[in-house]
Write a protein that binds this ligand. Structure first.
Ligand code: FRU
Length: 453
């Protein structure tokens, strides 16, 4: 029997989830908020923030929906944002979405995007809300699409990024500065020329290896054979120079697909930077059959971000090692094993290989073409997902794959290329076969997910 409830991934107890919000470590706990519509598995009711917390990223407790769209500033949704520890409380900065009824295009007319602040001592109880900025406060050459504040502190200064769409349909990020995190002034607008997509959502900033990095989710990039194959993208730029004057490097996608969007970072107490994305995609033409069962979507695993000579790499969080169950199993070339989900599979392939999961999901390397392909040969298994490609060089290629009951994250080439996808096997034990390389499989125990609403 299929069991599509995830064993290693955060998902809503019921209803709809999209972006991760407010990721932080505060008073001894990791907090993961998320865009949540408990009342509709298709995300059509107004969104608030749901909340999970954990001491160790392995044992999770869901505490309900602490942030509701309950003021006139957020009538149509408490949209995405962040959490910043400030003394004894967490400050939640987010976007209040308002859509006025009428014959509007909701890009230039009919919409309000309010930057709101609420405080919480624990991620569970949220105090009164303040409006810090309204649509009329943003630069005059912005459309009404301005949202998703990411706030952080450096010394005695506060910074905020907002994602935006200009009146000329160019994606951009607004950088604000503040002395107290309450009154904000515009420091600069980051917008490449020529325009790179028409809208940038969910900006994020982090410092790693002494450099500043900017993550954004651009919409409107042209689709290519191996680049930007998803409906919308998410990726990173290095910021060359300082925050208020530096220039952006080229853009690299975080993930080749099918399901990865709107990621946010979090700094762990030991200094590691984690990236967590929504394992979903807006406006995609494929499906998630769990919607018919009352819930839809999950977050990705937290990924550890490392800076290498060619940019950023991602690896599964090392906490997963604690979930190893029993000894690793050898899966030799030409063999098929029946494996209960979840598990982790690792291999290094010197040449062409094909890894086949559940009889219809193939990861394939074509060394001559310099291509790595993730392909569904089975419409039901992929819910309509088809094919994603990445460029890969010659020589040994590493694969580190985490298979959960209804998702797969594949970290290739030491995490330089990552594919994330949902899949819906008919059974929670699946056949796994490999040709062209030997692999090692580590069965995993589930994480624990308690619900205390
Ligand atoms: C990204 C996004 C954000 C917005 C949120 C609404 O997926 O569109 O820009 O704040 O989702 O749920």
């Amino acid at each position: 029997m299929a069991d599509w409830r995830q064993a290693l991934h955060l998902e809503p107890p019921q209803g709809w989830l999209n972006d991760p919000n407010g990721l932080c470590f505060f008073h001894g706990l990791y907090h993961v908020f998320f865009q949540y519509s408990p009342g509709s598995a298709d995300g059509t009711s107004a969104k608030g923030w749901g909340h999970w917390q954990s001491p160790d990223l392995l044992h999770w407790t869901f505490t309900g929906e602490p942030l509701l769209p309950d003021t006139p500033w957020e009538r149509n949704g408490a949209y995405s944002g962040c959490a910043v520890p400030c003394g004894e409380v967490l400050r939640l900065y987010y976007t209040g979405n308002v859509k006025h009824p009428g014959p509007y295009d909701y890009i230039h007319t009919g919409r309000e995007s309010n930057t709101l602040l609420a405080e919480t001592p624990d991620g569970i109880h949220v105090g009164p809300k303040q409006r810090l900025m309204a649509s009329t406060d943003y630069p005059a050459d912005c459309s009404l699409h301005v949202r998703d504040p990411k706030v952080w502190r450096e010394g005695d200064r506060w910074y905020m990024l907002l994602g935006a769409r200009s009146l000329q349909d160019a994606g951009r990020v607004l950088l604000y500065r503040s002395a107290d995190g309450l009154a904000w002034e515009l420091a600069r607008v980051l917008e490449p020329a020529p325009a790179f997509g028409y809208m940038w959502e969910c900006p994020d900033h982090f410092i790693l290896d002494g450099r500043r990095w900017l993550s954004v989710s651009p919409q409107g990039l042209p689709h290519g054979e191996t680049e930007n194959q998803n409906q919308y993208q998410s990726g990173w730029f290095a910021l060359n120079g300082d925050l208020e004057t530096g220039t952006l490097s080229g853009f690299t996608e975080w993930d080749k697909g099918f399901d990865f969007y709107a990621p946010q970072t979090l700094q762990a107490p030991d200094g590691r930077i984690f990236l967590v994305g929504w394992m979903g995609m807006p406006d995609a033409d494929y499906r998630n059959p769990t919607a018919a069962l009352g819930w839809q979507h999950c977050l990705t695993l937290p990924r550890e971000i490392e800076a290498g000579p060619d940019g950023l790499c991602q690896r599964p969080l090392r906490e997963l090692d604690a979930l190893a169950e029993g000894q690793p199993l050898a899966l030799t070339a030409g063999q098929t094993l029946a494996l209960p989900l979840p598990f982790r599979l690792r291999m290094t392939a010197d040449r062409d290989f094909t890894l086949t999961l559940a009889g219809g999901l193939c990861l394939e390397r074509d060394t001559e073409a310099g291509r790595l392909t993730l392909r569904f040969d089975d419409e039901a298994l992929g819910g309509g997902r088809t094919l994603r490609r990445a460029v890969c060089g010659e020589g040994p290629l590493t694969v580190d794959l985490v298979a959960d009951r209804a998702s797969l994250e594949v970290y290739c080439n030491d995490g330089a290329t990552v594919f994330s996808t949902r899949f819906y096997p008919a059974d929670s034990t699946i056949p796994v076969a490999v040709q062209g390389a030997d692999a090692t499989v580590q069965p995993l125990r589930p994480m624990t997910f308690a619900i205390e609403e």
